[in-house]
Design a protein around this ligand. Sequence first.
Ligand SMILES: Cc1cc2nc3c(=O)[nH]c(=O)nc-3n(C[C@H](O)[C@H](O)[C@H](O)COP(=O)(O)O)c2cc1C
Length: 270
Amino acid sequence: MDLICVDQEKCIKCGMCINVCPNILEMEENGPKAKYPELCIGCGQCVAVCPQAAIDNERAPLSNQISFDQNLHFNSKAATQFLRSRRSIRHYKQASVPHGKLLELINIARFAPTAGNGQGVSCTIIEDKDILKKAVELTYKWMESMVVGSDTVIYRSFAKHIQMHKEKGNDTILRDAPHIILATTPKDMPRGRENTIFSLAYLELYAPSLGLGSCWAGLLEMCLFDRYQPLLDLFNIPQDKEITGAVMIGYPLYRYQRMVDRNPIEVDWL
Ligand SMILES: Cc1cc2nc3c(=O)[nH]c(=O)nc-3n(C[C@H](O)[C@H](O)[C@H](O)COP(=O)(O)O)c2cc1C
């Protein structure tokens, strides 16, 4: 089968598909043709933009592309509230999230953009309480080793985390969350971390609509990215993959009433 299949009766040769993908498609007498199919990244833009549903692409089939629901209105006010109401959740109910709901949450992550449409971000969900507890303890142990002899602000801040943990039992690593999601990518995947950040950001933004909360597990990530072997061994990720991100997930204990303000963004015009 050719990469591109065009329904001649529907195609009006408007050229939109060519405009969104000029490196691969060219307009011919009978409509668009894939001149360089080997370069197609399967992004599906040619199919999505066609006002006639006249073009199909075997790497992004028309049958998998859903039309927009024209009755769903998401104006700027709603969009602003949606984006500004996401908060990092630092206290979770001690209730597990059903697997179905976790899968629904993770499913949204695959719609995030990835470099060259590389996709390839996968997940390991950790819900075993012993593993979570061990991960927290190992991260604190790693932090202790980093504090020794270090004078950078970040490592000095570790001392406070460790002290609060020792004195009050505070868990600033995973916040006693009942689940963490570890994002993984193939080791040789270019831009795996950036792709992960987009994917997990989608997931974090979607979580509240499922009644869930999340928080980026940055301290755990630092320990992992420093290749602290005891923690890597604990998570036992397949040899061909690497961990590229981590977020905590659970039901939020508190409900936020207000949206905070942030520093204005500096803008320059050239
Ligand atoms: C990359 C990154 C790493 C973070 N790491 C942690 C962390 O290890 N522990 C934690 O409790 N919060 C962590 N956070 C949450 C931030 O503290 C939080 O996003 C920030 O205070 C703003 O609050 P908000 O997310 O509720 O708007 C992290 C956030 C980001 C973006």
